[in-house]
Design a protein around this ligand. Structure first.
Ligand code: SF4
Length: 374
């Protein structure tokens, strides 16, 4: 059932910049998703998506008016800080098939363009090509990053687990198209499907194809499977298509509250991903050159430190950078006001201080750039 609703508000403002998407703001134009991916955590009870997931969807028909009001600086005592607005992610895809009719994404992009905000679009749909004219305008004025999510690149497997999504080969072609048009493009390779798309030959094939398509980064993640609706539905699809794998799933998904798989499982797929990303020299996070001219210096420093923290932990190493990233993200004043006393900030020691100074001078850090591809 399609329900047209009037939402009360639209933009979600993050407490600190989100270093996965380099976004300060997010939004969902639809509640629910007709793409109906078998692994979608939107099906989990915690997300309160009403009705039958994959079939019932709310359309926020007043989204453009809300955004117009929310971004208008004249209506604000303190205007919104400039930062990437994320369109997509969460438990919906703004370019689901209904957007052909409602064109909410297009209307939203027009407003984002009017107010000169940078945008990061994440989708599984090739419909995003429809809005290339506005995306070009945004990319020239500020920046438009176009990302696609994949669980793998085998069309037959995608048909089973992502029945409402264009085939992976079409998504790959769309990435190449945007790259040739001059956009920064990326892949969210998540979730990989255990024992199916996370196998070494599948992973290597995916990463080789992403590289050939010209991606600027690949962000990787494993699958969560919360007990209840999400797990029940996924296991139903699994039993219909890969019944022999059920036992292996039960060995790694053992009732974690958040639906996480075992530590050993995540460690093994992360290791494989890190080796392949290094082999194909692909950045494992959104690289600084895509955002360091667009967002303010505090956010650049916070994102770089946070990304360094993530990569080191992904490699199983300790990191001193996460706490420092948080401290910087909470500063109200420009970090340059702390130049001679950076070590007074919580979590900032002599090594982190040196990295921060390098970022302020060059927009990036040698140590960070190395971590991104090794
Ligand atoms: S496209 Fe994303 S939000 Fe939609 S069903 Fe698939 S995983 Fe869920």
């Amino acid at each position: 059932m399609i329900r047209e609703i009037k939402a009360k508000s639209l933009l979600r403002k993050h407490k600190k910049i989100d270093s996965w998407f380099v976004a300060r703001y997010g939004m969902n134009l639809y509640r629910g998703c007709l793409h109906n991916c078998a692994y979608c955590d939107g099906r989990a009870e915690g997300y309160y998506v009403e009705g039958e997931f994959g079939k019932d969807i709310d359309v926020k028909i007043n989204a453009p008016e809300l955004l117009q009001k929310e971004l208008d600086p004249k209506r604000k005592r303190i205007p919104f800080k400039k930062g990437f607005i994320m369109i997509g992610g969460g438990v919906g895809d703004s370019y689901n098939v209904l957007d052909k009719k409602y064109e909410l994404s297009r209307k939203i992009l027009n407003i984002v363009s009017d107010y000169d905000f940078p945008v990061h679009v994440l989708t599984k749909s090739t419909l995003v090509k429809r809005d290339i004219d506005i995306l070009h305008a945004i990319n020239q004025k500020s920046k438009a990053i176009i990302s696609f999510s994949f669980s793998g690149v085998d069309d037959n497997i995608c048909k089973i687990f992502e029945p409402g999504v264009p085939p992976a080969t079409e998504r790959l072609e769309t990435i190449s198209f945007f790259k040739k048009e001059g956009f920064p493009v990326g892949v969210f390779m998540m979730p990989v499907i255990p024992f199916i798309t996370d196998l070494p030959d599948q992973m290597e094939n995916s990463i080789r194809k992403f590289k050939e398509a010209g991606v600027d980064f690949i962000i990787f993640g494993g699958m969560t499977l919360k007990e209840g609706r999400q797990q029940d539905y996924f296991y139903k699809v699994l039993k219909e298509n890969y019944p022999d794998l059920l036992h292996q799933y039960e060995m790694i998904y053992k009732g974690d509250k958040w639906g996480g798989a075992s530590h050993q499982y995540y460690e093994s797929i992360n290791k494989l991903f890190l080796e392949l990303a290094c082999k194909y020299q692909i950045s494992k996070r959104i690289p600084a050159k895509l955002y360091n001219q667009v967002i303010d210096q505090n956010d650049v420093v916070a994102v770089i430190l946070d990304q360094m923290d993530y990569i080191l932990k992904q490699k199983g190493q300790k990191s001193p950078y996460g706490y420092a990233a948080y401290s910087v993200s909470q500063l109200k004043e420009p970090i340059t006001e702390h130049l001679n006393k950076l070590q007074n900030l919580s979590g900032v020691g002599p090594v982190t201080e040196k990295i921060i100074l390098e970022i302020l001078e060059t927009g990036t850090s040698g140590c960070y750039e190395k971590l991104l591809i090794t």
